[in-house]
Design a protein around this ligand. Sequence first.
Ligand SMILES: NC(=O)c1ccc[n+]([C@@H]2O[C@H](COP(=O)([O-])OP(=O)(O)OC[C@H]3O[C@@H](n4cnc5c(N)ncnc54)[C@H](OP(=O)(O)O)[C@@H]3O)[C@@H](O)[C@H]2O)c1
Length: 322
Amino acid sequence: MFAVYAESINREDPLSGLVLGERPDPVAPDGWTTVTVKAASLNHHDLWSLRGQGLKSDLLPMILGCDAAGLDEDGNEVVVHSVISSPDWSGDETTDPRRSLLSEKHQGTFADRVVVPRRNVVPKPAGLSFEEAACLPTAWLTAYRMLFTQGGLKAGDSVLVQGAGGGVATALIVLARAAGLKVYATSRDEAKRARALEIGAHEVLASGERLPTKVDAVMETVGRATWEHSVRSLRPGGAIVISGTTSGPNLDDAMLTHVFFLQLRIIGSTMGTRAELASLVAMMDATGVRPLIDRTLPMEKARDGFAALQQGDVFGKIVFTR
Ligand SMILES: NC(=O)c1ccc[n+]([C@@H]2O[C@H](COP(=O)([O-])OP(=O)(O)OC[C@H]3O[C@@H](n4cnc5c(N)ncnc54)[C@H](OP(=O)(O)O)[C@@H]3O)[C@@H](O)[C@H]2O)c1
């Protein structure tokens, strides 16, 4: 079958290890199912894999891709949940210490077919296209869990989203607005600030600019570059929910005095459960909210998508179709 896969690891030039070509058809073990991929979406995770982060060289060649929507063995339209937990694990899959994402230990979704545990598929509503549904399992699921599970946010609360252009950040803005929150967003880039307003932010600010009021929670994926601003933007008792550190994880000043004196909470968040993916899908179906797609490419053009993501020339998700 056709697949987009990592053949080698290269930290400096990740795209040099990317191959588009033929891979053997996958065989579903007992309790697993084969999904025929109709659309898959790209994440930074795929670039990190090519750099060897989260992917060991002894597992190469590895088909990349965490996210997909397609048809199960009975022809049902499904969305794939990318978090693969241990067979004997019950409860929140994201807290299984042995969990992995598709393309870390098991072959990923950038292919004609992908095999996943039967419990890892969620029905796709007819109102969501395959392209839209393929955006949900990583960036949008991460945003959903950050806001509503880890952040515990509800209609009427206020939230700041740092770094408005990223896949997770755009999902945060759209979902927060749909859920009735007051949404602030920052970006270094004026054009991205304008787009953030279009997709649902009530107010946008330059990175580091003082907010007109303190917020209940800040959604962090930028890390080092925005941390101080995040801490300063919170009301007493507020929370930072963090799921990524694009600008780096090391802080000059963690602002610990602010953290204890204002009784701030710092909460980590990673991906989401199958149940949260089902809730996200239901929320999109009920609200009519749709993922923001930067561009859709046939999977044969995947290299162009990887290059655009590497250059940061993206607002929303890059989707590959079969
Ligand atoms: N834990 C999880 O489950 C999970 C899931 C998905 C993603 N992630 C992580 O979340 C992070 C976000 O990923 P993403 O793909 O959504 O977005 P991304 O492309 O990594 O970038 C997010 C934003 O960071 C801002 N940024 C980058 N460098 C900056 C700097 N030096 N100063 C200020 N702002 C900077 C940019 O905002 P502006 O240009 O608008 O300023 C950019 O839009 C990544 O680190 C990713 O690995 C984690």
